[in-house]
Ligand binder design. Structure first.
Ligand SMILES: [Zn+2]
Length: 381
């Protein structure tokens, strides 16, 4: 059985121990020590990383009474070793985990909802609840939780007797057997947990609840704490500051400025559409009363306007109408039409001759060609 030093102190960054068992694997070895400060993955908390005698520990798992260290190389049984925990990683996990306790505790106290799923991802921590919370309520929880952590409460680890446990009100995801470890954030949360936590709540620094969305019967909350929360906020401030500069708006008025911009954009689209319709009207007027075929190459038309122009032209002309728009480099969009006509063969021939694709109804076809203006002209000669 491996002695778990992280239960003596979650702040133990280095330790001395002895190799009890070493099994060779494809990637290196599985090593069991007589005692360890490496936290194995469990209770929603990812495992520690670090080194043992300078050899990388890339995974740590619990197997019954033992803690298995997955290392990149072997260490003979009986070797005296020195373990070093990747402290930046561990402290971050302790901070995220502790913050999650308090958020879940506050939500449980206020709404009675349970944390039914918990995942500590590389970017965000997700908490799944069995009830619904609005964005507004989430904001209130965030304010209350931050107020609480700044009061710098001392975090307690309790190992109650079965009798004491019966009297204790605490959160737990499953029915527990044997010795139960209770983590108490006084006035914030009491929960059965085997993970590692900070000693004082101010170490959590900052709790940011990022989002809430429907998930199964309840909601999923994304959250971050500590340095992750600071870095997230710093990035968001930087991004907002860029928008503020781009739009010459005060930093707390950027969304109003974006609203104005979107509104202007909408008005411009309406105006553009009107102008385009006028232009199409003028062009089609110019071709009124022509009985012969009409071949038009008009620059800068959208595919929709190519279609509209062809449709307008066949309303007032009985001959073949072909509208093209584009350039020699990127090819041309087309609409080919004739009132009551059957253009199937023509369109087929055109697509072959001009390296094109497209089709439609017998009297109206649309598509694109990969050819030059000269090629198009020659085809319709
Ligand atoms: Zn915990």
């Amino acid at each position: 059985m491996s002695v778990r030093l992280y239960y003596d102190s979650a702040y133990m960054r280095e330790f001395d121990a002895k190799v009890v068992k070493c099994t060779k694997t494809d990637k290196g070895a599985e090593i069991i020590l007589d005692k360890t400060a490496f936290y194995p993955e469990g209770g929603g908390q990812p495992c520690d990383c670090g080194t043992i005698n300078g050899i990388e520990v890339y995974d740590v798992q619990e197997k019954g009474e033992d803690v298995i260290h997955y290392t990149k190389a072997e260490l003979p049984e009986g070797t005296e070793v020195h373990g070093i925990i990747d402290w930046e990683r561990r402290f971050d996990l302790m901070v995220q985990h502790s913050g999650e306790h308090i958020v879940s505790g506050f939500i449980n106290a206020r709404f009675g909802y349970n944390n039914v799923g918990f995942h500590m991802g590389a970017d965000f921590i997700t908490v799944d609840l069995d009830g619904d919370i609005t964005k507004e309520e989430l904001k209130e929880i965030e304010i209350a939780v931050n107020d609480y952590i700044w009061q710098n409460h001392h975090v307690e680890v309790l190992l109650p007797t079965p009798e004491e446990l019966k009297e204790l009100k605490y959160r737990s995801k499953k029915e527990l057997e044997g010795e139960v470890r209770i983590i108490r954030f006084p006035g914030g949360d009491t929960c059965a947990c085997c993970g590692t936590h900070v000693d004082t709540t101010a170490e959590i620094g900052l709790v940011k609840l990022i989002s809430v969305q429907k998930f199964h019967e309840g909601v999923r909350i994304e959250m971050i704490c500590g340095k992750r929360a600071y870095e997230y906020c710093a990035k968001a401030v930087e991004e907002n500051s860029k928008i503020s500069n781009q739009l010459s708006a005060k930093v707390f008025e950027t969304s109003a400025a974006v609203d104005r911009l979107l509104n202007e954009n909408q008005q411009l689209k309406i105006k553009l559409s009107e102008t385009e319709n006028n232009m199409l009207g003028i062009i089609s007027e110019n071709y009124r009363g022509i009985s012969d075929k009409i071949i038009i190459n008009q620059p800068n038309l959208t595919p929709d306007n190519v279609r509209k122009l062809a449709a307008a032209l066949i309303e007032q002309n009985s001959g073949l109408v072909a509208v093209f728009s584009g350039d020699d480099e990127n090819g041309y969009k087309y609409a080919v039409a004739q009132k009551d006509g059957d253009l199937k063969q023509l369109v087929k021939d055109m697509n072959t001759a001009l390296n094109g694709r497209g089709g439609g109804k017998p009297f109206f076809a649309q598509g694109s060609v990969n050819a030059s203006a000269e090629d198009i002209k020659n085809f319709f000669k």
